[in-house]
Design a protein around this ligand. Structure first.
Ligand code: ATP
Ligand code: MG
Length: 385
């Protein structure tokens, strides 16, 4: 993470990497993070060379058969994973990324949990379409376990009854296949899917998570994300080179030295190109975002994937550029609903962006949301994925 040079000559492992970043001044020393790093370090040690062998075709029964490796004891047990939970900006993703980068596991995968679930549903339906398959879960679990013996999930969360229904059996099958799971979340396992219809049927999944993952509440001293951009405004007017420089600074703080580059998101099989992204933060020029044929699904994908978005060059909007204005309204709704933090440079303040003509009434709500999105309260809300 952070500054690659700092980590170049450091001993392998999470703890040495964390210490080096603190020593270099890239990170503040934080006792709670230090404890979490130690916990991850002990998992890192247990997982050195972890490579459970996937089931050969036609073989039955996993436990006892699949693993001869030292990491899995005779009872077929494998190390518990870790569920890192805490408030926003505490460094959960940062620590998990250090762990993931250091993990000496030949087959490992780090993925945003929301994307994992989308991919999983697609695969599930594809397998289900095969009349020869009576139960899609075992082949689906085989597929996932063959790709990764270590799965790191960022922003673990369950909103959806369809997810909730599939998760219990899928995770049971993954744990049987010796997959180790590390996750970050803003929600304690006991609070997952709370208050939703169908919660009772979901409880065995919570029990399963608590059995196979150690839960660690990361009570870091501060919201480091907020702190890094404290004093930096969110809305810059006009969109000139001073605004550009300010957005550069925001981007630098939010990405904390993680190298940035273009990224692609796949939405219903289509590719949406993100010009610049790193560490869950994306940067777009207004015309690349609202001047092209993107729709609600694309904006929703951006809003779930990225916790912060920078947009430069928002122009004044009017009936003359109605398509752009309409897309911008849809975009802001998606960002607002998912509590994405928005930083922008614009020709005017939100209330002045769309003054008159057809559509001005609709824009009132957008302007009001844009104002709210600059508040301290909004900035403190967790990203909803
Ligand atoms: N000890 C620290 N000193 C300085 N910066 C830090 C420290 N810990 C984390 N950060 C930075 O603070 C920002 C937020 O950290 P991170 O994204 O890991 O938080 P998080 O706990 O995953 O938050 P969320 O729940 O919103 O996903 C990142 O840019 C990260 O690099
Ligand atoms: Mg995070």
């Amino acid at each position: 993470m952070a500054d690659i040079d700092v980590l170049r000559d450091v001993a392998p492992g999470v703890m040495p990497a964390y210490r080096a970043l603190v020593a270099s001044g890239e990170l503040y020393s934080d006792a709670a993070q230090g404890m979490a790093a130690e916990k991850l370090q002990s998992l890192w040690v247990k997982l050195r060379g972890y490579d459970p062998q996937p089931k050969a075709a036609g073989q039955n029964g996993w436990v006892g058969k699949l693993l001869r490796r030292k990491q899995v004891d005779e009872a077929g047990e494998h190390p518990n994973g870790l569920y890192l939970v805490g408030e926003v900006g505490r460094g959960k993703s940062m620590l998990m990324d250090l762990f993931f980068a250091a993990a000496d596991v030949p087959r490992k995968r780090r993925i945003h949990f929301h994307e994992f679930m989308q991919e999983t549903h697609k695969r599930f339906h594809k397998i289900k379409a095969d009349p020869a398959v009576s139960d899609p879960i075992p082949p689906l679990a085989d597929m996932i376990a063959a790709e990764a013996a270590l799965l790191c999930f960022d922003e673990f969360q369950v909103h959806d009854i369809v997810d909730a229904m599939i998760l219990g059996r899928l995770f049971e099958a993954l744990f049987e296949r010796a997959v180790v799971v590390v996750a970050t979340s803003n929600t304690l396992p006991d609070d997952l899917f709370k208050g939703k219809p169908g919660r009772d049927a979901f409880l065995p999944f919570i029990a399963l998570i608590k059995k196979h993952l150690d839960v660690l509440v990361l009570e870091a001293a501060r919201d480091y994300r907020r702190e890094r951009v404290q004093g930096l405004r969110a809305w810059y007017v006009p969109a000139n080179r001073y605004a550009d420089a300010a957005l550069e600074e925001v981007f630098g703080e939010l990405t904390a030295g993680v190298p940035a580059g273009p990224e692609s998101l796949y939405v219903s099989g289509r590719k949406v190109v993100v010009p610049l992204a790193a560490n869950g933060v994306a940067w777009f020029d207004f015309s690349a975002l609202c001047g092209v044929a993107l729709g609600p699904g694309d904006y929703l994908a951006l809003a779930t994937h990225f916790s912060a978005l920078l947009i430069d060059g928002i122009p004044r909007l009017s009936p003359d550029n109605f398509d752009e204005a309409r897309r911008f309204v849809t975009l802001v709704d998606a960002l607002y609903e998912h509590r994405v933090k928005l930083y922008a440079s614009a020709a005017a303040l939100p209330d002045e962006l769309y003054k008159s003509g057809e559509g001005a009434a609709i824009f009132e709500r957008t302007a009001s949301r844009l104002v709210e999105m600059q508040s301290e309260e909004y900035m403190r809300l967790p990203h909803l994925t």
